[in-house]
Design a protein around this ligand. Structure first.
Ligand code: SF4
Ligand code: FES
Length: 249
């Protein structure tokens, strides 16, 4: 296929960025989107130009590193991670716009790379348990109702990619934070810190400059793992419960 990509190029955090067009005439429909960028970068390197900076690691949809905005949509036109998107989704002759996540709390580092350290700091504020769990217990030692186990597992599939933030007109991190709170709050091991967790993670989320949730739903529509909006209801229930405790606020 012959395609044109218009890519956001920005030399550094303080530099002014701009969209730069590149023509590619040897794109296979079997390439992943990132392989297409690899081909472009190989060419740019051979031509003595600076390759396009973009993040990736696992390239199989599990690490959450690879997000970019493709034609205005977080992770592109299919509900998947950028690394799992293939060029067969596009047509010969297409022009594809590629930009970094657009969110105040995710500053651009270079080209398509943004700093998602704000997510790490939200996790550090409470996204863990302190119970000494030791080695894996026998499966039936600690019974968990199936409905809770299923819902906790669903929430645990969040890969921290940040598409929810990039898709949200408010730049809210509620879906991400709520997924972590729901995952741990539904399991017995997560109970000791359940109240401090929600208070501290929400406080950190606000401190990082993420916007408020106004129930628009773009987050869940863009989420490659299908994290449902009802995790946000769970977060709000936990938050209200924790704030109602004397001396909590
Ligand atoms: S909730 Fe979905 S979109 Fe948001 S960080 Fe997790 S996996 Fe990515
Ligand atoms: S590179 Fe790991 S999810 Fe895309």
């Amino acid at each position: 296929m012959k395609i044109t990509v218009r890519i956001w190029r920005q030399k550094g955090p303080e530099a002014k960025g701009t969209m730069v067009p590149y023509e590619l005439d040897d794109v296979s429909e079997h390439m992943s989107f990132l392989e297409m960028l690899d081909v472009l970068n190989e060419r740019l390197t051979l031509e003595g130009e600076e390759p396009v900076a973009f993040d990736s690691d696992c390239r199989e949809g599990i690490c959450g590193m690879c997000g970019v905005v493709i034609n205005g949509i977080a992770h592109g036109p299919e509900v998947t991670t950028t690394c799992q998107l293939h060029m067969r989704t596009f047509n010969d002759g297409d022009t594809i716009d590629i930009e970094p996540w657009r969110a105040g709390a995710f500053p651009v580092v270079k080209d398509l790379v943004v700093d998602r350290g704000a997510f790490d700091r939200i996790i550090a504020a409470g996204g863990y348990i302190t119970a000494p769990t030791g080695s894996a217990p026998e499966a039936n030692n600690l019974p968990v109702p199936k409905i809770d186990a299923d819902h906790a597992f669903e929430a645990a599939t969040c890969i921290g990619c940040g598409a929810c933030v990039a898709a949200c007109p408010n730049g809210s991190a509620m879906l991400f934070t709520a997924a972590k709170i729901t995952h741990l709050g539904l399991l017995p091991q997560g109970q000791p810190e359940r109240e401090s967790r929600v208070l501290n993670m929400v406080e950190q989320m606000d401190a990082e400059g993420f916007g408020s949730c106004t129930n628009i739903g773009e987050c869940t529509a863009a989420c490659p793992k299908g994290i449902p909006l009802d995790v946000i209801s769970q977060l709000n229930r936990d938050l209200m419960g924790a704030l109602a405790k004397p001396g909590s606020a």
